[in-house]
Design a protein around this ligand. Structure first.
Ligand code: UTP
Length: 273
């Protein structure tokens, strides 16, 4: 059972400056809902009830968002606006939110390692809230991955095919397809040059990690860009034949950049009308 989901949310979000100067990137809204709330809803649908959030300086708005706002709720009680808080109230009532800080931006691997006290000794999901995933035809992406975990009992990364000239932005896998859309990963490389990429299968911001990842991360040296990369730790797990890649059903919007963010906004707006 995957009960806990980790949300690394300590990055600076520099691509959205000045919007992210005093506001966390994860609180940028697609229509009226912040990115991180979409992520938490996805984790809840996947069966997680404990949301472990890695924050940093200037990220207090995230903690406040997943808490009751008595004055505001008192103010709108009995009006039609009360309805607008229904979804977030349901999350607050049904999930437990835990937090810790990453004091220095030392990379995604380091952010995940900071989550160890919140996760303890069990496998867990990871959602990068700036990768917004939807599946209008069925189960959420993390739920699809939890099902797969129940079968394979090892780390799982979500992947999608990207254009060849985009590989330098992602962790790229080398893998063999063992079932339709399910791959056994042999190797992976973080942000490779186009001519060095082993494929165009890119890891996106959804993972299920087996608990030994923490031990491996403790021994992982800074890699690409001087950061501790989760890709390098997963690469260690591949040596034991223990990483599955899954070409998920659904669509991902890269809301970490302006184009993807606008695309997601248009998609959700068109769904509404
Ligand atoms: P990104 O590199 O996309 O986010 O990291 P960023 O650094 O905030 O954005 P830019 O590039 O400056 O615009 C992917 C995810 O990993 C988290 C980020 O918060 C984001 O959700 N992250 C990254 C951390 O929590 N800590 C880190 O040290 C690095």
């Amino acid at each position: 059972m995957i009960k806990k989901c980790l949300f690394p949310a300590a990055g600076y979000g520099t691509r959205f400056l000045p919007a992210t100067k005093a506001m966390p990137k994860e609180m940028l809204p697609i229509l009226t809902k912040p990115l991180i709330q979409y992520g938490v809803e996805e984790a809840k649908e996947a069966g997680c009830s404990i949301m472990a959030i890695i924050t940093g300086r200037g990220k207090r708005a995230i903690t406040d968002h997943f808490d009751i706002s008595y004055e505001l709720e008192h103010q709108i009680k009995g009006t039609s606006k009360e309805n607008l808080l229904k979804e977030i109230r349901a999350l607050i009532e049904n999930c437990t939110f835990t937090y810790t800080r990453q004091n220095e931006m030392k990379g995604l691997g380091d952010a995940i390692l900071k989550g160890e006290p919140l996760i303890g000794n069990e496998p867990f999901g990871v959602i990068l809230a700036d990768d917004l995933c939807v599946n209008s035809r069925g189960e959420s992406v993390l739920k699809q991955m939890v099902k797969l975990y129940n079968k394979y009992q090892c780390s799982i990364v979500a992947i999608e095919e990207v254009e060849k000239d985009e590989v330098y932005k992602y962790g790229i896998i080398e893998a063999t397809e063992i079932e339709k859309d399910i791959f056994m990963v042999k190797d992976m490389v973080e942000k490779p040059d186009i001519d060095k990429a082993p494929s165009n299968l890119a890891i996106i911001g959804r993972y299920i990690l087996s608990n030994d990842i923490f031990k491996i991360l403790k021994d992982t040296k800074p890699g690409k860009n001087g950061e501790i990369q989760i890709t390098d730790a997963l690469k260690e797990q591949t040596k034991q034949g223990k990483v599955i890649a899954y070409k998920f059903k659904g669509k991902r919007f890269d809301c970490g950049n302006v184009d993807g963010f606008v695309e997601a906004t248009n998609y959700f707006y068109n769904q509404k009308i």
